[in-house]
Design a protein around this ligand. Sequence first.
Ligand code: HEM
Length: 356
Amino acid sequence: MCDQVFLSSIGLAQRPFCRPSSPPQPLRSFCCSPDAMGNACSNGCFAMLGGNPKAAELRACKEEIKTLIETRNCHPILVRLAWHDSGTYDQRIKDWPQRGGANGAIRFDPEMNMGANAGLDKARGYLETIQKNHPSVSWADLIQLASATAIEMAGGPVIKMKYGRVSVTDPSQCAGPASREGFKGNAGLPDAAPPFGCGAQKPEEHLRNVFGKKMGFTDQEIVALSGAHTLGRVFKERSGACPFGYGEQSASKYTKGNCIARKDGKSGVGMVGGGAWTKNWLTFDNSYFANYKDAMDDDDLIWLPTDEVLHNDPEFKKYFYKYAGDQNAFFQDYALAHKKLSELGAKFDPPSGFEI
Ligand code: HEM
């Protein structure tokens, strides 16, 4: 077949020209130069290698993460760990790693010990064993992979992430708590209630300072990302943003040991206690939006000022009600916003990253 006939058949022929097909090329001509260690050429090409070995290693990690989540029901804390690694990102700082973001710095104490990260050392501990089994996988990738896997396992969307994130190697590369212009602490991670560390008087202003000015998200993305609170709990011993805490005695009605919160209806809540935004807080769905009135009216559920503003602010509320009525729209927008969050500030090797 000449090229013109072939291109027409797939709808790509632009101009009427015809020339004989080029002679068959050896595969090598499409694949530039993967190195002896099995790393891709600069185009991320592995055609000569029978698959990307780094992707294969990450897929093996994913299987171990699934076992971890299945046995410990730790979906929410893995999502929060990844978000707080990414959430140090400041788009006004250009250099890596000073700009923060998904670079694995949260595994080091200077970042882990920031007030906003209270409790997340537990999630770091969960991933430590997996990282030891796969030392070539970067912490930055492992943290993001665990979060995407948790969302999938909770019944949420598959997030088509890019991998190959380079990790920082030293605690001195962490973002300092007061390193972000206009934010007093926690490298500009959000506060659940006033006083807001950016000096904002109102939650809508605070969310736009944190997510818009600092990280580069739109109003729509802020609302979609907030829907992650369909999962998880608040603990008085961690953020202190609710009256519920560790153990059966301090648990809310929905976080006791015998509660069913998983999508598959199986028992198991991980550590007992805390207060949740939704009744089925190990299930990723749109109930955060659809059932917000329950959360506001029921003293055993949580609804923070930064949640409330999402259905009161004229811009935010357009998306809030859209997601309340349309779970598919929420899943689609969430997956895109989460992918963006997972890549904030990241440096990739190869530069184009790769999929697994
Ligand atoms: C909009 C601004 C946000 C505020 C003010 C906020 C605040 C909080 C607070 C206070 C907690 C409870 C922590 C504790 O006591 O253990 C929490 C938990 C959580 N947050 Fe957020 N968050 C925000 C955005 C996000 C985003 C963007 C995500 C993910 C994309 C997220 C995911 C989670 C998850 C999954 C938990 C539950 C963790 C667990 O159960 O261990 N949050 N958040």
